[in-house]
Each structure stands twice: as structure tokens, then as C-alpha cells.
Ligand binder design. Sequence first.
Ligand SMILES: *Cc1c(COP(=O)(O)O)cnc(C)c1O
Length: 368
Amino acid sequence: MRTGAPRGAPVLLNPGPVTLSERVRRALLRPDLCHREEEFSELQAEIRERLLAVYGLSPERWTAVLLGGSGTAAVEAMVGSLVSPAAGLLVIENGVYGERLSRIAEACGIAVSRLHLEWGARVEPAAVARLLEEAPTPTYLALVHHETTTGRLNDLARLAPLCREHGAGLLVDAVSSFGGEELEFEDWGLVAAAATANKCLHGVPGACFVILRREALPPRERAVRSVYLDLGSYARLQEAGGTPFTPAVQSFQALAEALRELVDQGGWRARRAHYARLQRSVERGLARVGIRPLIPGEESSVVLRAYLLPDGVTYEALHDGLKRRGFVIYSGQGDLARRIFRISTMGDLAPADMDRFLTAVEEVLGDG
Ligand SMILES: *Cc1c(COP(=O)(O)O)cnc(C)c1O
């Protein structure tokens, strides 16, 4: 049963923070915990096990490291901690978050080369292969799985084998896909993926994590690029039941409950199917009023889709009209701000929410 937004609160169609289920919301009211007590250790251990279990990863080969912060903190910890000092990094940019990966790497003093594409462009494997051939060794490739800027799902199944062929380590920003899209950690040869509690996992903001191969953990003697975002120290202490800094305890409580709920709802495949159903009904309903997607449905994630604003309708008018009717949509970024709006189906949403949303869209457009 999906409980959805509390009465009177808007339905969130933005890509996180998401509409919480009642079950996850109630987890925020559990008794306060000291992070140096065994109750916290147990909670942390459960979350770390459950995170690996989302994609059936073996705890012998993989480890999940929990951090405080939004998704960007996990991405920065992954890039800053795992790219060794002598290595270069190739970054694929086809949206805001790919470009952020480059900025993070540069801030860490990493030698970055870029495959810079227009936002929303398809990533051609041949172009990636060429750059990997020219790259000095050792090298890593970093890319965004689901580029939330446009909804494009970058085709990891085709791009990952190139890394294996060229001996490059693959680092993935899976912030807006983990839990809602297919991620074949083993088959695709990932080194690590970074994600967050409050997107497809339906937890609250404040906790994020990196899942990495144990063999990729940085050696203890390696100089760190950040004290707070050093994955090595988190990993070592968390393995022993501890944590280096004060964690976001309430976020962890909610994340544990959200992960239990994900299992009860059938795991990532069922969640993906649920999102796909909601997106299909939105796409069909918007098509009826002449609104078209920015990129074709089959190249888009099921988590979020971008739609072209109809002629003569500003984002502000659409947003404000929908907000008055109880729905929060999401604008485009940069140059796309005037051309698109985005609809995310993450969170505790039901098909009936989408039906009401589509009725609201028709009303708002009718008013214009
Ligand atoms: C949301 C998101 C992030 C991180 O954003 P935060 O605001 O730091 O949580 C990073 N990458 C992608 C692809 C995202 O969608």
C-alpha cells in the first residue's frame, strides 16, 4: 500500500527529496541514539548489508561506506579517494552532473580529460574508446548513469566493456539511479558507484554512500585529498562498527526503514516497473495535450523524464498553476530552464497521483 503525501502537503514530482511513505516518516521518531553505542553499530551494519543486497553484491568482494551529506558528498568521496595519485581521469559530460564530476576531480588536483557533449546528447561508444586509447595509464573513467539534467540514461551496458578492454577503472555517479534502474556491478566491472538515501531509495536527505570493490580501497599510507570525505577512514572504522564523525542518525534510521520497505515491495526490479508504469501514464497523458518528451522514452530513465514546455506557456505559469493544485514539478537547468520541465516518479507515489496530476495539467493549460 502506498500512503503518499500527507493530507494537505504537495505531491513532489521533483527528483528528491521525495515524498516519504508513512512507514519511513515514522522511522524519524524512533528513540535517539548515541553513535558510540552498540544500537547505532547494529543500525549501521544493517544498512551497509542491505545496500549491498539491493543488487545482490557479495560482502566478500564489495563494501558499502556510509557518509553524511547529499549525493554530491558521496561522488566527491568516491572520486577523491579512489583515483590514485598517478592516475588520470576521463570524464564523460552530457549534463550538469557529468560537468560536476569534472569540477570535483579538478578540485581534488586530479588530471582530468573530458568528453564534453551537449546536454542530453547520446554518448557514442566509439568516441569513448578513442579517448581511452589515448589516455595515459593508469586511468579511470567517471560518468553519470542517469543524467538527471535531461532524464537520459547513459548506456552503461555498452560503455562499461570499453573500460575493461582498456584497463580503465569505472566510477559511476548512480545518485539518481541506485534502487530504480538496472546496475550490473559485477558484469559491467564497476569499481565503485556513489548514491544517496533520498532519491530512488525513498529515504530522507542527509545520508549518502559509496559502494566499492574491497580491492579498490585506498591503502592506509596514501595521502588523502580530504579529511572529511576520505572513504578509507570511513571504511576501516565502519568495518569495526564505528564511524569517524557524528553521523546523520535520524537519516540512517529512515534509510534502514526505506531499505526494508524496498525489499517488502519486491526490490529494485519491482520499483523500476512501478516507476515505468507511472512514467508511461504521464507520457501518454501529456501527449494528449500536445506535450512531447525532450528525448525518446526508450533512451530515458524511468526515474525522471524531461518534457518540452508547450508554445506560449512559461515554466513559471505551469509550475505555479500546478503547485496551487498540489503538485511540485521541476524546472530545467541552465539554457534548458526556458525550454523544459521535468517529472520524477521517485517517492511514495501511486498511479492515482499521476491521474490527478494529469487532470491538473489540463486545468492549468485550459486556464491559459
Ligand atoms: C541529485 C544528483 C546528484 C547529487 O545532488 P545532491 O543535491 O548533492 O544530492 C548527483 N548526481 C546526480 C545524477 C543527481 O541526480
